[in-house]
Design a protein around this ligand. Structure first.
Ligand code: SAH
Length: 372
C-alpha cells in the first residue's frame, strides 16, 4: 500500500454511524429478515445489542452470555420492564435472561435458539476456547442461524493509531482469507452454509482491504429433528443465571383479563354516551321517545350496523342502561383480545356489573343525572 495514500486515509476514516452501531444494525436487519423467536447473544458484554433487540416484535426469548459477570451487570437493569410495559402489556411474551459462563462450555439453557450472535467475540478467545467454540455453538446449540463478526486485519493500516491489534484483549485478528477458511471449514463440519459480508466500507481505491468488520452468516442446511434437539444432549447446567426479566404480556391471563376489562368498560361507555345523548335529545316527547332506539344516525356507521342486529341493541330501563355483550364483543379490539365470546364472558365474570341474565353490561345512571 502506498504510504502517502495510506496516511491520507488514516486521517479521515471515521465511521458514521459508529462501527459498533453498524454491527448491531446488521443483526437487527437479520432479525427482521429471518424473524427468529429465540435469540442468544454470546459475549454480550454490556448488553447493548440485547437492549436493541428487545424491541424486535418477533423475539420472545432473548439470552445473553458473557464470561465477565461485572460487565453484564453494569447495565443489566436497563433490560427490565418499564412502567409503560405494565400499563400496556404487549401481545407477545418476552423473557430476557443473562448467564455468566464461557462459550467453551455447553449448558442446556442454550438449546433451542433460532439465532445465535457472536459479535466481536471470537478474537477474545484463547486458543483452547476457540477450538471448542464450533462444537459448542454449531454442534451443541445448533441454531438455524449463527452470525459471527470479527475484525479484518487487512483494514488495520487504515485505522488511526492501530499499531498491532485493535484492542489489548484481542488474542488474534484474522485477515479475510484466514476468517473465511476457518468459517468454511466450520460450516462444512456442522452442515451449515456460510456467506461473507461486513460493515465499515473501505475508502474508494482501497476496496481490496475489505470491510473493517468482517461478518459470516451461517445458515443450517437441514432442520433439526425433535430427537437431536434434547435427548441426545444430556448436559449439566454450568452457567450461572445472573438476571431474568419476564415482561408483562397479554399471553398471561392476568394481564389479558385487565386489558379486556378496561376495553369492555371503554366500549360500553362509548355506546352509553351515544345512547344517552340521543335519549336527552328526544326529551319527554312521548311520541319521539317511543321511537327511541339507537338508530343508525345516532351511532357511527359501524355501530349502526351492529345495533340493527337482533339482541344487540343497547337500551335504557328506568335508571339502568344495558349494553349487550354481543355488541361489545364486536368491537375489533375486544374481539381480537378475547377471540371467542365465551372467553369474553369468562374474563369479565365477577369483574364487570352485568344484567341478571349476564348478557349485557349494566350501568346505573341515577347519580350520573344528578351530577349533570
Ligand atoms: N458483543 C459485544 C462486545 C464484544 S467484546 C458488542 O457487540 O459490543 C467481547 C466480549 O466477549 C467481552 O465482553 C468478553 O468478556 C466476552 N468473552 C470473552 N471470552 C469469552 C468466553 N470464553 N465466553 C463468553 N464470553 C467471552
Amino acid at each position: 500500500m502506498d504510504k502517502n495514500f495510506q496516511e491520507e486515509f488514516t486521517q479521515i476514516i471515521k465511521f458514521k454511524p459508529p462501527l459498533y452501531k453498524q454491527r448491531h444494525q446488521f443483526v437487527k436487519d437479520l432479525v427482521e429478515k429471518y424473524k427468529p423467536k429465540k435469540v442468544a447473544d454470546l459475549g454480550c458484554a454490556d448488553c447493548s445489542l440485547l437492549r436493541m433487540l428487545k424491541f424486535c416484535s418477533c423475539i420472545e426469548v432473548l439470552a445473553g452470555l458473557d464470561i465477565c459477570e461485572n460487565v453484564m451487570k453494569e447495565k443489566m437493569h436497563t433490560l427490565s420492564p418499564l412502567p409503560v410495559d405494565y400499563l400496556q402489556p404487549s401481545e407477545r411474551s418476552l423473557t430476557i435472561t443473562l448467564h455468566h459462563g464461557s462459550v467453551a462450555h455447553k449448558d442446556p439453557c442454550m438449546l433451542g435458539f433460532d439465532l445465535v450472535t457472536c459479535i466481536e467475540l471470537i478474537e477474545h478467545l484463547e486458543e483452547p476456547e476457540l477450538k471448542k467454540f464450533p462444537e459448542v455453538v454449531f454442534g451443541f446449540m445448533a441454531p438455524s442461524i449463527v452470525v459471527i463478526s470479527t475484525p479484518n486485519s487487512e483494514f488495520n493500516p487504515l485505522l488511526p493509531g492501530v499499531m498491532s491489534y485493535r484492542h489489548p484483549d484481542h488474542k488474534f485478528e484474522w485477515n479475510q482469507a484466514q476468517f473465511q477458511s476457518w468459517a468454511l471449514e466450520t460450516a462444512r463440519c456442522y452442515d451449515y452454509s456460510v456467506e461473507f459480508t461486513g460493515v465499515g466500507q473501505p475508502p474508494t481505491g482501497m476496496e481490496k482491504a475489505g470491510f473493517c468488520t468482517q461478518i459470516g452468516v451461517f445458515v443450517r442446511k437441514y432442520p433439526q429433528t425433535g430427537e437431536s434437539v434434547q435427548s441426545e444432549k444430556p448436559t449439566e447446567a454450568v452457567y450461572k443465571t445472573v438476571f431474568k426479566a419476564v415482561y408483562p404480556s397479554l399471553k398471561d391471563e392476568k394481564y389479558l383479563q385487565n386489558a379486556v376489562i378496561s376495553e369492555v368498560i371503554f366500549a360500553a361507555q362509548i355506546i352509553k354516551h351515544r345512547l344517552m345523548s340521543k335519549h336527552e335529545e328526544y326529551g319527554d316527547d312521548p311520541e319521539r321517545k317511543s321511537k327511541f332506539q339507537p338508530s343508525v344516525d345516532c351511532f357511527s356507521d359501524y355501530l349502526g350496523k351492529l345495533v340493527g342486529e337482533k339482541n344487540m341493541e343497547p337500551f335504557v330501563s328506568g335508571n339502568e342502561v344495558y349494553i349487550p355483550l354481543a355488541t361489545i364483543f364486536s368491537f375489533p379490539k375486544v374481539n381480537r383480545l378475547c377471540g371467542t365470546f365465551e372467553k369474553l364472558c369468562k374474563l369479565i365474570a365477577g369483574k364487570v356489573t352485568l344484567s341478571s341474565d349476564g348478557s349485557a353490561v349494566m350501568f346505573n345512571i341515577e347519580h350520573e343525572n344528578e351530577d349533570n
